[in-house]
Design a protein around this ligand. Structure first.
Ligand SMILES: *Cc1c(COP(=O)(O)O)cnc(C)c1O
Length: 230
């Protein structure tokens, strides 16, 4: 078995155990394989283990991989910060955007989504840990913004994305994840079609499953440590 195949097996076992502990149906929890910095050969190998959804943070890098892997039935998610001058490329090449936090960009994506493609799936990114340096709207803004995005014709609002601030304090981590779950439940009361809580990475996937995540964004645990940037 290859290294990636072994890692995928381990992560699947971890998710299964977390679902059992939380009394959740494992079919409700999907893996988004975060492939930033990885080669298209590595993505191809991950596809061979059954993974279908891949996440990219950088527009150009993502599009190169999308084009190199066109022979595979993959689903591509854009999860990095999105600037308005890159929105057209994202609308034309990706299936999902997780990092939507402004109405202006949502309107651009909707206008730029090509007619021959299905509506673009989007998640509203919420800055749940109130980090000054991070993208994401505030919890107070989330409902109004979600309602406006839900009216855009070429977008399909699927849910929320959060990136909690890293912490060693397990109780603090759990509290932040619980807050995200609560906000997601609140939004669902107004927008019942929402079905996605994009939450949890390699280091907090068990806690995220316990707090209702439906989509885990996992890089390191699948592909190994990322090469550090020069
Ligand atoms: C890189 C990244 C991940 C994956 O992180 P790992 O710790 O490698 O699992 C998940 N979400 C976002 C938004 C990322 O940028």
């Amino acid at each position: 078995m290859t290294r990636i195949a072994e890692n995928v097996q381990k992560v699947r076992a971890q998710i299964l155990a977390a679902c059992q502990a939380a009394g959740r149906d494992p079919r409700e929890v999907q893996i988004l394989a975060v492939s930033k910095t990885r080669t298209h050969e590595e993505v191809r190998e991950a596809f061979g283990t059954g993974l279908r959804a891949f996440g990219e943070n950088y527009v150009q890098e993502g599009i190169e991989k999308i084009q190199a892997l066109q022979d595979l039935p993959l689903e591509w998610h854009f999860i990095g910060p999105l600037q308005s001058n890159k929105s057209r490329l994202v609308a034309e090449h990706f299936d999902w955007v997780h990092s939507l936090d402004r109405l202006k960009i949502a309107e651009r994506l909707s206008a730029q989504r090509p007619e021959h493609l299905a509506p673009l799936n989007v998640c509203l990114q919420v800055n749940i840990s109130h980090e000054a340096s991070k993208s994401g709207c505030s919890e107070q803004e989330a409902l109004d913004l979600a309602r406006s995005i839900a009216t855009l014709p070429r977008l399909r609002l699927r849910g929320l994305m959060v990136i909690p601030a890293p912490t060693q304090d397990a109780a603090a981590q759990q509290a932040i994840l619980a807050q995200a779950r609560q906000l997601f439940q609140q939004l669902k009361q107004h927008l019942p079609a929402l079905d996605t809580l994009s939450m949890g990475m390699s280091d907090d996937l068990e806690a995220a499953v316990a707090e209702g995540s439906t989509l885990l964004r996992i890089g390191t645990a699948l592909f190994g440590p990322r090469p550090s940037k020069p």
